[in-house]
Design a protein around this ligand. Structure first.
Ligand code: G3I
Length: 378
């Protein structure tokens, strides 16, 4: 009897231990992205009106569950927020900031000075001619001051200048550059700092693994710092493909920016599986190609081997981010689900891409569990 009781007890204990182990493993697997990455870096996503207004309920559920940071995909660009010189429209931007606050998310403003989605009036006079340097400085200052002050203390940081450098390291010949030369960049940072001295300030660009951009951005950061102008981080847009960039080149840029004295943010992560009509296009928004059926190979779903290759490559990047978690402040996906992604319409409209962590049915892809597991190791 005694023996039988002991055996029963032992069996029970063993079963309990097994169950505890199993439930611990289960709990580990069930961690969300933001739980798994807590203390390492923020995990964010770009959001747009259907989400911040609450219309897309399934997306809102995912946002609350998985992410702790948001960035405005479009609503803070000058064309939207400042459509006419004497008229601002804060409707969507207010909703975006409130959404972040209500859900305890770190809110990033995107973007104060960008050549694209730029209000048509911004750099020209009534006849369409470039304004003088003095007028442009005043317009930049008014715009930056009004927008940044409105959200003072509520926005953690701003993408102050977006996409100002080209692949070869030259300055992009935007209207801002044409009129003010390279000085428009320090001016923009200065105006933003004066409007909210506590806000973090970022420089954000794509194709940053490219050595030309890397060197030019390092120089820009050092120059700003030498002049005592605040810059907190460099945003590396992660618009990547299956064969570009090399992980090692991306890593070199991360380390180079950190060495220049700023944090690194992966700001617009998405991994396309679609063929590119032009391998040198980067994330140049003005690129546009006519739809071709053969350039849209997966309209009804991804073949297993492509899906596996995608998962592996995305995992390689997350492993890199985890390896360098000491220099990375935030990783932000450029959208929640595949159907939200700009990739479906750029550089060719009407394609079906699979670049994000959640599928068109709002379900996590296998990569989500893998990231959680990798985060548990490091
Ligand atoms: O809002 C109008 C709508 O009124 C109109 O009916 C419709 C018809 O085309 O267009 C709507 O505007 C679109 C806008 O997104 C909002 O959906 C624009 O055409 C479209 O060009 C615009 O695309 C955005 C793109 O920036 C434009 O610059 C993408 O959503 C956005 O994801 C993308 O984001 C950029 C980052 O800001 C900077 N880095 C590159 C990244 C990808 O291009």
């Amino acid at each position: 009897m005694k023996i039988a009781t002991k055996t029963t007890l032992t069996t029970l204990l063993a079963a309990m231990t097994l169950m505890t182990g199993a439930s611990a493993a289960f709990a580990q697997e069930k961690k969300t992205l933001k739980e798994a990455l807590n203390g390492k870096f923020l995990i964010g996503t770009a959001v747009y009106g259907r989400q911040t207004s609450g219309k897309d309920k399934a997306a809102v559920r995912l946002l609350r569950e998985q992410f702790n940071a948001i960035v405005a995909e479009n609503c803070m660009k000058s064309q939207v927020i400042h459509p006419e010189e004497n008229r601002y429209d804060f409707t969507e931007a207010d909703e975006f900031v409130e959404f972040g606050e209500k859900n305890n998310m770190t809110v990033t403003g995107h973007t104060l000075i960008w050549h694209s989605q730029l209000s048509p009036w911004f750099c020209v006079d009534d006849e369409g001619k470039n304004v003088s340097p003095e007028v442009l400085k005043k317009r930049m200052k008014d715009h930056i001051t009004t927008v940044v002050k409105r959200y003072k203390g509520r926005i953690k940081g701003w993408d102050v200048v977006n996409e100002a450098i080209e692949d070869n390291g030259d300055y992009r010949k935007s209207k801002f550059y044409e009129i003010l030369g390279e000085e428009y960049i320090p001016l923009a940072f200065q105006y933003a700092h004066e409007a909210d001295p506590d806000a973090e300030l970022y420089y954000n660009d794509y194709s940053m693994a490219n050595p030309g951009r890397r060197a030019a951005v390092v120089k820009l950061v050092k120059d700003l710092k030498k002049r005592g102008i605040r810059i907190d981080a460099v945003g590396m847009q992660g618009h990547i493909g299956m064969d570009y960039p090399r992980v090692s080149e991306f890593e070199k840029s991360m380390l180079a920016f950190a060495q220049a004295g700023v944090k690194v943010m992966i700001t617009e992560l998405d991994l396309t599986v679609l063929p590119s009509p032009n391998p040198h296009v980067g994330a140049e928004v003005s690129a546009s190609y006519e739809y071709k059926k053969e350039m849209n190979p997966y309209p009804d779903g991804l073949p297993e081997e492509v899906s596996k290759a995608w998962t592996k490559r995305m995992n390689d990047f997350f492993r890199l981010f985890l390896k360098h978690q000491d220099i990375i402040a935030r990783v932000t996906l450029w959208g929640v689900t595949d159907s939200d992604s700009w990739r479906n319409n750029w550089p060719m409209p009407g394609r079906t891409d699979y670049p994000l962590l959640f599928d068109r049915n709002y379900q996590p892809k296998p990569i989500v569990d893998l990231i959680v597991k990798e985060a548990g190791k490091k």
